[in-house]
Design a protein around this ligand. Sequence first.
Ligand code: NOJ
Length: 564
Amino acid sequence: MAVKNELETRDWYKTAVFYQIWVRSFADGNGDGIGDLYGVYDKLEYLKSLGITAIWFNPLYPSPNADFGYDISDYCNIHPDYGDLEQFKKVLNKAHELGMKVIMDLVINHTSDEHPWFIESRKGGDDNPYKDYYIWRDEPNNWDSIFEGKAWEYDSVRGQYYLHLFAKKQPDLNMDNPKVREEVKNILRFWLSMGVDGFREDVINFISKREGLPNGIGFLPIIGSMHHYKDGPHIHEYLAEFRAVCDEYGAVQIGEGPMTTVNSAMKYLSGDTKSMDMMFSFDHMMADCLFTEYFHRPFSLIRLKTALSRWQYKLADKAWNSLYLENHDHPRVISRYGSEKYHRESGTALATAYMFLRGTPFIYQGQEIGMTNIKLSSIDQYVDVSSKNNYIRYHVKDPVEARLHRIHISSRDSARTPMQWDASENAGFTTGKPWFYVNPNYKAINVAAEEEDENSILNYYRKCVELRKENQVLLFGDYKEYDHKNPFVYMYERRKGKTSYFVICSFTGEPITYKLPRGFGGHTAKIMLSNYPKKRVPGEIRRMPEDGLKLAPYEALVVKMKRV
Ligand code: NOJ
């Protein structure tokens, strides 16, 4: 297929609303307690009803699950727990029929140690074609891995150390080897020729390592070595090769860029080195933590606003943002940035705060009903490799309760509990025994209950999606933040020509009087959306008060004004 016109093909992502499916916990269709593609098939109409136009699947491939799918043992197949290629094609076709695109997760920084390439590579030998598929050394350097101890593991078969930036069972591929890059291109072609619409690309900024792999420096060994593999020397060359393949199909590419700065993200997103349509930023995930959730600090709205605005301003009309608050790597956002006490109010305020930024929103399964963190009573009940290792790696001298509290607020497992569909046993996720703990709050927080309640978080997400859809100001208008130093209120404007939308969100459980920035008082505005709809009725025209806007706990509203 020839390179298609950008507008005909890729540009769909700019007006899309993505839904992210971590399949293991989404919906179990065959009763074995594990979410699968049979379950997904049955829920596609639900996604459609939410206004979703694209789906991102976390890895669906065969995997020993040392890192739940991010340790792949076969790139061109489906994990038997989730179905098979035939079932995947059924899901893909039905999604397409319903007007939803589908993107896959591309994990090429590392494979599983059970991948046949690694099994072969371990054997070494000069004429072994897989010998240099991974990064082998006689002596390790001082790097720490991100998930599990040192970044090097000795392999007794080969008699050398291999690099693993993540868990031991995730050896890093040697992307400097052209044969490895050819393998990547074959993987891309395999899925693209089946009809998938693009890829979310895992830790894509880590795939090119600095020559010689020098020792890291600094007080935090992980951070101190990161500059040796983040945005590495050949990254843009390699990504250009992959982009060329995606161009043949008009496929969308979304890069995950851990710890990427907005300036380096711009190199992936624009100019001669453009290889990605969007990048996932981590900056706004650090509003309550430093580097990983395990280094917790109190949530700061100002930090959140700083991060969001930095990306909004920098990308502006030069590149396109991805917008998210949750995914499978972060605990639930109501428990982090909102309030479990003001569950509905803060869940809807958070939705308002990010859904109207310039960019493409991603909704992670369960976010749309306001799922919250689970609190398990022992570390042994957790299954995530990074949570388990953080527990024995950091703050080890603290009392057990304090360490467990950190897990409660930081674990990735909190975002991976089974989806809460209804109030029946196991939250309607499975008729079998669920593979992981269901959050006990499922009787109150579930899809069925929220479908019935006009003012639920679920129905509010629908309203947000509806308001954005085809709205040229909210889709493409300029962004401007107001009152940055205010620690309780996030206010921004989206403007195109003479039309402006103002988004005002309170981030406190106290009622407050918010003094609107100069120039607003006395003007008339139309209420477009409100999470206190009885107090501010959508459609009503109101004068903006001169003496301050009275905001209820976590009140959020979107108003439209004509600029003079
Ligand atoms: C980022 C993924 O989102 C995460 O789940 C995974 O553990 C790491 N990359 C390693 O693949």
